[in-house]
Design a binder for this molecule. Structure first.
Ligand code: ADP
Ligand code: MG
Length: 242
């Protein structure tokens, strides 16, 4: 579904991504781990066309995606790649229901009745149907992040990108968000998840990619990576976060 070849990204003199090669198949859950500043967010942002590679290529569904795409082609790529961030970024002046059905109506031109039905069904899936008329500020961080996931899913993405979705949450709320993500993985959604939640990586990840200083050092099944890491850097990183 996604093929990344020789991707490098430089900001000024700062080489942030260095010759990244990765392939993501439909239905796979790829967990990306690595120290802060190693380039994980930049990699996700390149997939979502929020940044463009300095060199190398990204193919999505056999089509090269780059800064050369026309604006409506870029918009289509972004629609197909849902993104959930550490900060939930819900619209504060919209209710939960309005938050979820907004983009499908405005961006995709869905009818209000259809967008509403879909929003309610997504709310049921994340266990928050009773909050449909609430405003984000009245919800806990965990609830807001579950709404943010539902809002992303409302666009019917083909891939979901998660950038440290539980890092801003109080510890007691992490699990409810991970549960929603686990359920989503079980539906066959293709997911790329940057997280420090090693339990999730082991249980749900098909592969774990360790990025250090802009390079992919490991790309393995979870047991192999956690039990037999190839690099001292990986061992060191894992021992620090476990
Ligand atoms: P991670 O998500 O692994 O913590 P990031 O991808 O956010 O790492 O950042 C990697 C490096 O790229 C950092 O040194 C950061 O300062 C730099 N960086 C990220 N985005 C920008 C930007 N828009 N302009 C300049 N430097 C950036
Ligand atoms: Mg980051």
């Amino acid at each position: 579904m996604i093929t990344i070849r020789h991707l490098s990204k430089t900001f000024g003199k700062n080489k942030v991504l260095k010759d990244i090669n990765l392939e993501i198949k439909k239905g796979e859950v790829i967990v990306i781990i690595g120290p802060s500043g190693s380039g994980k967010s930049t990699l996700l942002r390149c997939l979502n066309l929020l940044e463009y590679p300095t060199s190398g290529t990204i193919e999505f569904e056999n089509k090269k995606i780059s800064s050369n795409l026309k604006n409506d082609e870029k918009r289509k790529v972004r629609e197909k790649m849902g993104m959930v961030f550490q900060q939930f970024n819900l619209f504060p002046h919209f209710t939960v229901l309005e938050n979820i059905r907004h983009a499908p109506m405005v961006v995709k031109g869905e009818k209000k009745s259809r967008a509403t039905q879909k929003a309610l069904s997504l709310l049921r899936e994340v266990g928050l149907e009773d909050k449909k008329n609430a405003y984000p500020a009245s919800l806990s961080g965990g609830q807001q992040q579950r709404i943010a996931i539902a809002r992303s899913l409302a666009m019917d993405p083909e891939v979901m990108l998660f950038d440290e979705p539980t890092s801003a949450l109080d510890p007691e709320m992490v699990e409810e968000v991970l549960q929603v993500m686990k359920k989503l993985a079980q539906t066959g959604m293709t997911m790329i998840v940057v997280t420090h939640e090693m339990g999730f990586a082991r249980q749900v990840g098909n592969r774990v990619v360790f990025i250090d200083d802009g390079k992919v050092l490991e790309n393995e099944k979870p047991d192999i990576l956690f039990n037999h890491p190839q690099h001292a850097r990986t061992k060191d990183f894992i021992s620090k976060i476990l």
